[in-house]
Ligand binder design. Structure first.
Ligand code: FPP
Length: 254
């Protein structure tokens, strides 16, 4: 038994668990869920098997985040650049929200989770749009964790769109260039009513941002792990939070 437990423990490179300070929980955690394809390749499976397994991790992470009192969990599920992937993979990824929500929506309701979206939702296939919009509508009155799916999301596009809308107001004479400030731009982003992420997690060993929330993560703490997303668990989330809690956030001060 002990041998089995040790073996299981070794498969998760956890440094520390159960040392979470409950009064210093990051209120907004954003995750770049990466490594599904490599996970599948390592197992001799098609890439879509990695995405299917990756989808299964989401409910574990949502439950743990909710339990810890995280207020917002943003998940990068599909980027504006992901359309470049083979059509079969894109088609599969577009089916995942429906699959996920058909099983998980009742549980999300039970857990008081509020589903929210950011990205160009109007450009998603109708079946995907319907599934996510239904989840947003049904969970609209929930007051627990906000589960914010970034779907067909790209940060540069988001900033350009915000600037277009601000420019239109200047053209119409309802705004002056002098009135454009950080708060105004923030208010025109897809996250306008959300606080900025306190903690950004990226899995799979890639150390880059891939056009994700570039404006919003200006002062976020970053935590990168080699763990591939399908292997990510509640324990890794706990580890990321304990590391976050050891960081001193100075926001440019001393
Ligand atoms: C990156 O891994 C992952 C994605 C592009 C998709 C992430 C989507 C999920 C985890 C499931 C989404 C589910 C819902 C409910 C929206 P990758 O394919 O780039 O992996 P690789 O870098 O190893 O190839």
């Amino acid at each position: 038994m002990l041998e089995k437990l040790t073996k299981w423990r070794k498969s998760f490179p956890i440094q520390e668990t159960k040392k979470i300070d409950e009064v210093n929980i990051p209120k907004h955690i954003a995750i770049i869920m990466d490594g599904n394809g490599r996970w599948a390749k390592q197992k001799g499976l098609p890439r879509i098997a990695g995405h299917r397994e990756g989808m299964k991790v989401i409910n574990k992470v949502v439950r743990r985040a909710n339990e810890l009192g995280v207020e917002i969990l943003t998940l990068y599920a599909f980027s504006t650049e992901n359309w470049k992937r083979p059509k079969t993979e894109v088609d599969y990824l577009m089916k995942l929200p429906e699959r996920f929500l058909s099983v998980e929506l009742p549980k999300l309701m039970e857990e008081n989770v509020k589903v929210r979206l950011m990205g160009s939702i109007e450009n998603l296939p109708e079946h995907t749009r319907n599934a996510v919009n239904k989840a947003v509508k049904e969970t609209a009155n929930n007051s627990g964790l906000i589960l914010n799916f970034a779907l067909n999301y790209g940060s540069r596009f988001e900033i350009v769109e915000a600037m277009k809308r601000i420019s239109e107001q200047i053209e119409q004479g309802t705004l002056t260039a002098n009135e454009v400030d950080e708060n105004l731009l923030t208010a025109h982003l897809m996250t306008s009513e959300l606080r900025d992420p306190d903690l950004l997690i990226r899995t799979s060993g890639e150390i880059r941002l891939s056009n994700f929330m570039l404006w919003q993560i200006a002062y976020s703490e970053f935590w990168f792990t080699d763990v591939l997303w399908p292997d990510f668990s509640e324990l890794h989330l706990d580890e990321a939070i304990t590391v976050y809690q050891k960081r001193a956030r100075r926001y440019g001060g001393v």
